[in-house]
Ligand binder design. Structure first.
Ligand SMILES: Cc1cc2nc3c(=O)[nH]c(=O)nc-3n(C[C@H](O)[C@H](O)[C@H](O)COP(=O)(O)O)c2cc1C
Length: 268
């Protein structure tokens, strides 16, 4: 966090402010994360403009983040969690839908966003299997303000993921993904070839263990470092490319989707 804050401060001196986007900290707010109080102290110190809470109520983060003028976005996988997050005063909801990489939801993005828009007019993010600009445009047309793209950016040159992981993403399609609660206690999308490589049969995964997301567990074999996750949008990844190239492609697809939408709606 210090590195990011210092780097951005230097960049602000050197380039126009509007060219620098906000950065974001992600906090696991589930009670099994024993490191949360220390993480919150760091958040208070470095003041990331955005904080995303995951796997638990956003409540523990609200006072700290609003205290310095930051915004809280809560990852939610269903309407009950979405309502609770809104009651806690969040600024945004990230609706994690079916097909997402890592911990996933099971709702259709169309159903989820429409339902959330009935009781929330704040920032709505949609995540899950969006890997091209057509999908981004679809999410915005459905009522979202922006999207999460996780899997797509793992297969970039700048990503610090294992090169074999990046190649597995290039080689995989949605058929290589299995959703199971057997590894963390919460449904998550895993790459079947990666499970097999660790001697785990993806077709016979264990029942859900107790939920555990302790960020302090750094010495245990990591489920994310050693067993690889991906969303069902993985099939759109054809090569490991620089982030700038991916962003250019996303932009071109997003613009093309906008034009197509205009043509279709004006033609009627
Ligand atoms: C390998 C991996 C690790 C992830 N780790 C986290 C995490 O630590 N915290 C979090 O809130 N979301 C995490 N996510 C979920 C993403 O924030 C996002 O919801 C998801 O990637 C969107 O779906 P997509 O991968 O299909 O684009 C992770 C996703 C992946 C693929």
């Amino acid at each position: 966090m210090r590195e990011i804050a210092d780097g951005l401060a230097r960049a602000r001196d050197a380039q126009p402010a509007e060219s620098i986007g906000p950065w974001c900290a992600n906090l696991v707010t589930h009670s099994s994360n024993t490191r949360l109080p220390e993480d919150l102290q760091l958040v208070a110190r470095y003041k990331p403009p955005l904080v995303v809470t995951a796997l638990g109520s956003p409540k523990p983060a609200m006072e700290t983040v609003h205290g310095y003028g930051g915004l809280v976005i809560a990852d939610v996988t269903n309407l009950t969690l979405a309502r609770k997050a809104v009651a806690a005063g969040v600024d945004g909801l990230a609706c994690i839908c079916s097909g997402a990489g890592g911990h996933t939801g099971s709702l259709s993005p169309f159903a989820f966003v429409s339902a959330v828009r009935e009781f929330f007019d704040g920032l709505v993010v949609v995540g899950g299997a969006i890997s091209d600009g057509w999908g981004v445009a679809g999410a915005v047309a459905a009522g979202a303000d922006m999207v999460y793209m996780g899997t797509r950016f793992i297969a970039t040159q700048e990503s610090m993921a294992d090169p074999a992981y990046k190649q597995m993403l290039v080689d995989s399609t949605s058929e290589h993904i299995v959703v199971s609660a057997g590894l963390t206690g919460t449904p998550a999308s895993w790459l079947k070839p990666s499970l097999r490589a660790r001697g785990i049969d993806p077709d016979n995964l264990p029942a859900a263990p107790p939920r555990s997301y302790d960020s302090s567990d750094v010495d245990k074999p990591s489920r994310w470092r050693d067993i690889w996750a991906a969303g069902r949008g993985v099939g759109a990844i054809k090569a490991v490319a620089p982030v700038a190239t991916v962003v250019q492609q996303l932009r071109a697809e997003y613009d093309a989707a906008g034009r197509r939408f205009q043509e279709r709606t004006h033609a009627r």
